[in-house]
Design a protein. Structure first.
Length: 554
């Protein structure tokens, strides 16, 4: 009954579909049911130089026609093999092509399909044996590389782990068993192929059934198999002959194996067990696999829909580039016009308002004493990269600039400044007429105040430039990085933005420098001096007129 089910068309179609999906979706995160063979290096025949250095996916297919095998790699063409004795040679050839001629290990799989009569459909993935001590031409971390490769295959819950452990070894000390228990601590998806059964120890019957020292209680159990010896491999003893010798071996040792169930003895029983486990696994996991595939397909379709229309000409590229510029310009215009759409701006404005109130309460004399040119025009909110209140922040910089200019000048009505002026006038005695201040004194006093302005003016330009560069690039990222699928155009636009900011800074600096040069000349637009002179002249004229009138009357 079991053989009929395993050889049914439905079973074969399911396994073929799973094999195709495993190969096609190898890079995708979809867990598929598979039987993974792991074991120590000591399991392999050392004298034959035939060892697995890359994953070997063995697909056994039942056929009623000619028996043959095919072998290929991901980028290696398929080769048909009609003589099964040449399979080992072909595996070695592909291994050298994939993993090199040395002893390095590769994660790239080899696909070996065997079409044979009277066998159930079965797929196994044989992984490289665990190498503890690296050979001469192997990397020092070869052990870690193989363990990581094994973990990649056995981690999914859909994977069945088949340990190949010699009969004389304590199952609990097997390194592959320790690794598998990290992902399957209750041992529900693990089985053991007990190799080299002819080297068994006393109590092997209990050990195979999960009892006694050195055994492991596994839900999927253990099956004992007889391996070909190095001499039998050299003599090219066929697997058919080996199966007969295997059956005879169990018959010749009734004391050791008479209490072991038949399903735990022999290669044929192992193949049947694995085929049955595989069929059950496929049927139980198929619904979830289909759901995962549908989700992946939907996600890919969504990505395809989100992909932009291809830009195929210079004109289309220019049109799209202008569209991006327009979108960015509108974003900036809204921030300049006060359309912040950000509730966090309110508490920050309140913080700035409280700061202004504190400044207004400061005594005027105290303000006038401040003369240091080291100032910071940015409000506390400017340091926050996501503060996009451009109009508000530029206005705050301007207000702080006005305050800095006012505070940098000397207190002209203070006693100390009065003494300073008298000292300069005393130094200039003899240069000008008495009671007439020397022009050099006026120029000297003016230049002392003027020299404080350039630093403050250029600091204003630097601070506003720094803020605008930060906030404009932040707005740029917010506008385009998640919304557009034209990375090269976006990067080009970013370069244009940075270049324009630097050009504007340079132009502004030139204008300010020109204005400062104009202000360097000593002049005044204050009418107070001329008003005073005219008053004195008027008084003198009046006095002269009065004197003339008095003289005439006498």
């Amino acid at each position: 009954m079991l053989a009929t089910v395993l050889k049914s068309d439905e079973s074969q179609r399911l396994l073929m579909a799973i094999d195709t999906m495993r190969e096609t979706l190898r890079e995708e995160k979809i867990a598929l049911p598979e039987i993974v063979v792991v074991g120590d290096q000591s399991v392999l025949p050392r004298a034959q130089e035939i060892c697995t250095r890359c994953p070997l996916e063995l697909r056994m297919k039942s056929t009623t026609g000619q028996e043959y095998a095919t072998i290929r790699g991901k980028e290696i063409n398929e080769t048909k093999i009609t003589n099964f004795n040449l399979i080992a040679e072909e595996v070695t050839r592909l291994t050298k092509l994939i993993a090199g001629t040395g002893t390095n290990v590769s994660s790239e799989p080899i696909y070996l399909t065997v079409h044979k009569r009277d066998v159930p459909d079965l797929t196994l993935i044989d992984l490289p044996g665990i190498t503890r001590n690296p050979l001469k031409d192997q990397p020092k971390d070869i052990h870690l590389q193989i363990l990581n490769l094994i973990k990649t295959y056995i981690e999914p819950e859909t994977a069945i782990v088949l340990h190949v452990i010699p009969a004389s070894v304590d199952f609990t000390t097997s390194e592959s068993m320790k690794v598998a228990k990290e992902y399957d601590p209750k041992c529900r998806r693990q089985a053991i192929a007990v190799s080299k059964i002819d080297k068994y120890d006393k109590g092997i019957d209990s050990k195979l059934q999960g009892h006694g020292p050195g055994s492991m209680k596994l839900d999927l159990g253990c099956v004992a198999v007889l391996n070909r010896s190095p001499e039998e491999i050299e003599q090219n003893v066929s697997f058919g002959v080996m199966r007969q010798r295997e059956k005879q071996f169990f018959l010749d040792h009734p004391d050791a194996f008479q209490n072991v169930p038949e399903e735990c003895k022999g290669s044929e029983q192992l193949v049947k067990k694995l085929a049955h486990i595989q069929q059950e696994r496929i049927l139980s996991t198929a619904p979830k696999i289909i759901r995962d595939l549908k989700q992946q397909i939907k996600a890919m379709k969504d990505k395809l829909k989100a992909m932009p229309v291809a830009v195929t000409s210079e004109a289309e590229c220019w049109i799209k580039f202008n569209e991006l510029i327009k979108e960015y310009r509108e974003c900036i215009r809204s921030k300049v016009n006060g359309d912040y759409q950000n509730e966090s701006a309110i508490p920050m404005m309140m913080e700035d308002a409280s700061e202004d109130e504190r400044l207004e309460e400061t005594d005027d004399e105290e303000i006038c004493q401040v003369s240091s040119p080291i100032v910071d025009f940015q409000s506390p909110a400017v340091s926050r990269k996501t503060d996009d209140r451009i109009a508000y922040q530029v206005y705050q910089c301007q207000r702080n600039f006005q305050k800095a200019v006012r505070d940098c000048f000397s207190n002209f009505f203070s006693q100390s400044y009065y003494k300073k002026v008298l000292a300069m006038l005393d130094e200039a005695a003899g240069v000008a007429l008495p009671n007439f201040p020397s022009f050099q004194v006026i120029e000297r006093l003016y230049r002392l105040e003027y020299e404080k302005l350039p630093y403050i003016c250029h600091k204003l330009i630097s601070d506003i430039t720094e803020y605008l560069k930060t906030v404009l690039l932040w707005l740029f990222n917010e506008t385009f990085e998640k919304a557009t699928n034209y990375p090269r155009l976006v990067q080009r636009l970013r370069d244009v933005v940075e270049k324009e900011i630097e050009a504007a800074q340079h132009l502004c600096s030139e204008h300010v420098e020109r204005q400062l040069k104009m202000e360097r000349r000593v002049f005044t637009l204050n009418h107070y001096y001329m008003d005073t002179v005219n008053k004195q002249k008027a008084k003198k004229v009046k006095k002269d007129n009065e004197a003339a009138s008095a003289a005439a009357s006498t």
